[in-house]
Design a protein around this ligand. Structure first.
Ligand code: FAD
Length: 384
C-alpha cells in the first residue's frame, strides 16, 4: 500500500489500530480458513458466533451496562471493514448489530437487560425480518399478523430473504397488530426461535453471491410470542422504530461498499504487477495504469465521503438523506470498481477462488437490500 492507495481515516487512533489488528488476526486465523467450507454449506455455523462473542467482537458499540464491549461506532466500522475487505460476507455481524440496536434504541429496560448481553456473547444470533414475498420496498403492505391472545401474541405469516435466517435465535420480527392504515398497524416482536412451536425455517436461498450467508425464508404458524416481547411495550410503533434506525443501517452498507472496493483494488494492484502478457507485466500497459488510476481515485473519493458520514454519525447528526446518498452512491460505484477489478484479472477474474470474483458477486445485492437504490433517491428527493 502507498500513500496514494491508502490514507488512514481521520477517526482512527492508536487504540483503534490495536483493535483493528486483533480483529484482523481473528478473521485471518479463525474465519478465512473456514470460508470455503462455509460457502459450500451456505452458513457459518453457531460456533464462530460464540467465539466472536467470547473475544468481544460482537455489539462492540453498545455499553457494558448491557454486557456489551462498550466501544463506539468506530469499533463497528472496523469489524465491517476487516470482514468485507477479505470477502467474508457469510458472517453477517452487521445485521446482528443492527438488530441489537433496535433493542437498545427502542426496547424497554427489561428487554435490553434480557437480550443484549446474550447477543454480545454470541448466544443469540440476531436477524431482522420484515421483507415478505409480497412486500419489500413497500413496508406498509406487510401481511404477517400478530393477534393478542391473553399474555401472548399469536403470529401467522411468512418472511423471505432474511439474512442470518437459518442460524437466527432472535428475530426482530415486523408484524401487523391492527388494521390501522399505513405504518400505524405495524409493531415489532422480539422472537426467540429455539424450540419455538409454530416456527419453521424454510430453504437457505441459493444466491448469486454471498454464498456463505444463510439468507432464508421463515414461516410462522400459530407461533405464540409473549406479549412482554413487544419491542418498547407499545403496539403500533413498528414503522417509526424501523425508520429511526435506518441511517445507521444504510451507513453500514456504504462502509461495506468502500471496504469491498479497497480489498478488490489492493488485490488487483498485486495481480497486475505479477501477471505477464506480451513479455511484460500487465501493470505496464497504459490502459491498466489508467484503469488503476480511476479505481484508486473512485475508491478514495468514496472513502472520504463515507469517513465524513462516520464522523457525522459519531456526532449524532447523520440525517436520512445523507445516509441514503452514501448507500446509493457508494454501492453503485462499488459495482463499477469491482467490475474493473474482474476485467483486469482476465479469465481468472471469473473464477470463484479469486477474491475479486467473490467481491463482485457479493456487490450486486448491495444496491438492492437495506432499501433499494431507487428508494434512496426517492428519500433524497423528498428532502430537497
Ligand atoms: C441477499 C439479501 C439479503 C436480504 N436481507 C434482508 C433481511 O435481513 N431482512 C429483511 O427484512 N429483508 C432482507 N432483504 C430484502 C430486501 O431488503 C428487499 O429485497 C428490498 O427491500 C427490495 O424489496 P423487494 O425485493 O420486494 O423488491 P420490490 O420492492 O418489489 O422492488 C422491485 C423494483 O421496483 C423498484 N421500486 C419499488 N418501489 C419503488 C418506488 N416507489 N419508486 C421507484 N422504484 C421502486 C425497486 O427499487 C426495485 O428496483 C434481503 C434481500 C436480499 C437479496
Amino acid at each position: 500500500m502507498t500513500a496514494t492507495t491508502h490514507r488512514t481515516s481521520p477517526w482512527m487512533d492508536s487504540d483503534l489500530e490495536m483493535f483493528r489488528d486483533s480483529f484482523a488476526r481473528f478473521v485471518e486465523s479463525e474465519m478465512l480458513p473456514q470460508d470455503e467450507h462455509w460457502r459450500k454449506q451456505q452458513h457459518v455455523g453457531h460456533d464462530i458466533w460464540r467465539r466472536a462473542g467470547q473475544m468481544g467482537f460482537l455489539c462492540t458499540d453498545i455499553s457494558d451496562t448491557y454486557g456489551c464491549p462498550g466501544g463506539d461506532f468506530r469499533h463497528e466500522v472496523i469489524v465491517v471493514e476487516e470482514l468485507i475487505r477479505r470477502g467474508i460476507s457469510g458472517f453477517a455481524q452487521s445485521v446482528h448489530s443492527i438488530a441489537a440496536h433496535y433493542i437498545l434504541n427502542h426496547g424497554t429496560e427489561e428487554q435490553k437487560q434480557r437480550f443484549l448481553p446474550r447477543m454480545a456473547r454470541g448466544e443469540l444470533v440476531g436477524a431482522i425480518a420484515f421483507t415478505e414475498p409480497g412486500a419489500g420496498s413497500d413496508m406498509q403492505a406487510l401481511r404477517t399478523r400478530a393477534e393478542r391472545d391473553g399474555d401472548d401474541y399469536v403470529v401467522n405469516g411468512s418472511k423471505i430473504f432474511i439474512t442470518n435466517g437459518y442460524l437466527a435465535e432472535l428475530l426482530i420480527l415486523v408484524v401487523r397488530t391492527s388494521s390501522a392504515p399505513g405504518g400505524k398497524g405495524l409493531s415489532v416482536l422480539l422472537v426467540e426461535t429455539t424450540n419455538a412451536k409454530g416456527y419453521r425455517v424454510g430453504r437457505i436461498l441459493d444466491k448469486m453471491g454471498m454464498k456463505a450467508q444463510d439468507t432464508s425464508e421463515l414461516f410462522f404458524e400459530d407461533l405464540r410470542v409473549p406479549a412482554a416481547n413487544l419491542l418498547g411495550g407499545e403496539e403500533g410503533r413498528g414503522f417509526a422504530q424501523l425508520m429511526s434506525d435506518l441511517p445507521y443501517e444504510r451507513l453500514i452498507v456504504a462502509i461495506a461498499g468502500v471496504a469491498a472496493m479497497e480489498g478488490g483494488v489492493a488485490a488487483t494492484i498485486d495481480y497486475v504487477k505479477q501477471r505477464k502478457a506480451f513479455g511484460k507485466a500487465i501493470a505496464e500497459f497504459q490502459n491498466t495504469r489508467f484503469k488503476l488510476a480511476e479505481m484508486v481515485t473512485n475508491t478514495r473519493v468514496a472513502r472520504t465521503f463515507v469517513d465524513s458520514c462516520i464522523q457525522d454519525l459519531l456526532a449524532g447528526r447523520l440525517d436520512t438523506a445523507t445516509a441514503s446518498m452514501a448507500k446509493y452512491w457508494v454501492t453503485d460505484l462499488q459495482q463499477q470498481v469491482l467490475d474493473e477489478c474482474v476485467q483486469l484479472h482476465g479469465g481468472y477474474g471469473y473464477m470463484n477462488e479469486y477474491l475479486v470474483t467473490r467481491l463482485f458477486a457479493d456487490a450486486r445485492v448491495q444496491r438492492i437490500y437495506g432499501g433499494t437504490n431507487e428508494i434512496m433517491k426517492e428519500l433524497i428527493s423528498r428532502s430537497i
